[in-house]
Design a protein around this ligand. Structure first.
Ligand code: ADP
Length: 259
């Protein structure tokens, strides 16, 4: 539970960090725009001067590109180490963390199917995904409301949600009674860096990371949302037939966990 709490604190820190980075990024863009603007105004002036302005613009753009590269690699660097996961156990173990994250005035309810199909995913990434959704729900509820986490077995038809392939999935639904999303926000919600939150509050990376995680795991994510009523985000993860013992015995996996 302490490691999980540290994870939440880390994520909040990343949020603040990213806000700062957005500010730096804007400053770099200002250098780029300024350089190009000055070069345009001096088009009839000495070549050397034009070159100086363009070089400044280039440097600003190069620094901005380096910054976004760092940010993206930070967001995506964690390698996937999938194993057979029982989501009822995983989510059940997060209850204290979720209570603390959501605060006293938001009620957390779980409805975890006892015979839920096992899935083959990176447990840390799944935990991160749920924490991300819980933080989003908290932000959408402004202090009071209800957060519900439900897991259920579902047989999906191809393209029933997004690009999902037909088959058996474990579905984890996170539902809040928050402000909901307008169709415009919903449309862009998975875009990296898309956020409607204040600088320093939102990174715009939460849902895009979840999208990446679900797709890398062979699954899909869906959003249902209604303004003023609330939002449900559903993560679909393919049912696995891996036996627990087989997973532990997998030599490659062992080598990686011991690093
Ligand atoms: P962030 O939370 O840092 O803004 P996300 O990628 O997690 O980044 O979310 C992107 C945007 O989607 C949010 O800024 C918000 O506008 C919207 N959003 C996400 N989750 C919810 C939710 N549960 N209720 C309402 N809006 C949401």
């Amino acid at each position: 539970a302490e490691a999980q709490l540290r994870q939440v604190q880390k994520m909040e820190a990343v949020g603040q960090l990213t806000g700062g980075i957005a500010h730096d990024f804007n400053n770099m863009l200002a250098v780029v725009v300024g350089g190009i603007d000055l070069a345009r105004r001096r088009l009839n002036g000495p070549r050397r001067e034009i070159m100086t302005h363009l070089t400044n613009a280039m440097e600003g753009a190069t620094r901005a590109a380096a910054l976004t590269r760092r940010l993206l690699s930070f967001a995506r660097s964690e390698p996937l180490m999938p194993e057979r996961v029982d989501t009822a156990v995983l989510v059940g173990g997060m209850s204290e963390l979720l209570d603390r994250t959501l605060g006293e005035r938001i009620k957390v309810v779980t409805d975890l199917s006892g015979d839920a199909w096992p899935v083959f995913v990176d447990p840390h990434q799944l935990e991160n995904a749920i924490v991300n959704l819980a933080v989003n729900a908290r932000d959408a509820m402004e202090g009071t409301g209800k957060l519900k986490i439900r897991s259920l077995n579902k047989h999906m038809k191809a393209s029933e949600v997004g690009d999902i392939r037909g088959g058996d999935y474990l579905c984890i639904e996170v539902t809040d009674t928050g402000c909901g999303m307008t169709p415009e926000v919903k449309e862009r919600a998975f875009e990296p860096f898309f956020t409607t939150k204040a600088v320093g509050k939102g990174t715009g990376l939460g849902l895009s990371q979840i999208f990446g995680f679900a797709h890398q795991s062979g699954g899909e994510v869906g959003i249902e949302s209604s303004v003023g009523k609330g939002t449900t985000v559903s993560i679909y993860l393919p049912r696995t037939d891996a036996e627990p013992s087989n997973v532990r015995a997998h030599p490659a996996m062992h080598a990686r966990t011991e690093e």
